[in-house]
Ligand binder design. Structure first.
Ligand SMILES: *Cc1c(COP(=O)(O)O)cnc(C)c1O
Length: 232
């Protein structure tokens, strides 16, 4: 393990302190908010350093590099791997086999493949549906209008456990404006609950906006830069 990873334990502690502070400001229990360390483009050595500091859940966006790191880190304590990238049909088999969570499901066809390809004996794959709140067609995510139909279908798939909703808003520095998409995601979650579909996870908040996300009810923040430093 090299010196260049020496900042990671302090970074993790600082992020955990930010989460605790944001929870206190919001009057929430900090234990309701999980920290997902986003390790895309980071080395297995960097992840090992975070693991040594007690971090167990890691988020990856690129399948090939993720599979290499999952294999390289299989010797130590059990890690929880989250696939947070855009998911194409030809990648579902490996994601279903090697990950514990998928955050960016936005089509029924992908969900059906993940369910069918989940190996028996691994338990259901934990799933969040990515919601597109910007209306930009180029961005991933299901539009809010068709979210209820997708949620009902995914909830019925045997290989999946539908846990919640995820969103990835456009970068925004104003804290008040940062909260708007997070508030909408929470309202969508509440709308599904009113229809009888209870979801326990709101995957929202990154290095630059985790306070705004926690203020709006985030239960899982996805933090890359603030844990590992800038991506190369
Ligand atoms: C890269 C990434 C993150 C982490 O972003 P940071 O700003 O580095 O914290 C979170 N979520 C998704 C979906 C990402 O792709």
């Amino acid at each position: 393990m090299t010196r260049k990873h020496d900042a990671i334990p302090d970074n993790l502690a600082a992020v955990r302190a930010r989460i605790a502070h944001a929870a206190a400001v919001a009057g929430r229990d900090p234990r309701e908010i999980r920290l997902l360390a986003v390790s895309k483009t980071q080395s297995a050595g960097a992840i090992a350093r975070a693991r040594q500091a007690g971090q167990r859940a890691f988020g990856e966006s690129y399948l090939q590099e993720a599979l290499e790191k999952i294999a390289a880190l299989a010797d130590g304590p059990d890690l929880e791997w989250h696939f947070i990238g855009r998911l194409q049909g030809n990648k579902t088999r490996e994601v279903a086999a090697h990950f514990d969570w998928v955050h960016a499901v936005d089509r029924a066809k992908i969900a059906r493949r993940l369910s069918a390809q989940r190996p028996a004996g691994r338990g259901p794959l934990q799933v969040c549906l990515q919601v597109n709140l910007s209306g930009e067609a180029s961005k991933g995510g299901v539009p809010p209008e068709t979210l209820p139909d997708l949620a009902r279908e995914v909830a019925g798939l045997p290989g999946l456990a539908l846990r919640g909703l995820m969103t990835l808003p456009a970068p925004e520095t104003d804290p008040g404006r940062q909260r708007l998409p997070f508030r909408r995601l929470r309202a969508l979650r509440d709308g599904l609950a009113a229809e009888g579909l209870t979801l326990d996870t709101l995957s929202m908040g990154m290095s630059g906006d985790l306070e705004a996300a926690i203020a709006e009810g985030s239960t899982l923040v996805r933090i890359g830069t603030a844990v590992f430093g800038p991506r190369g």
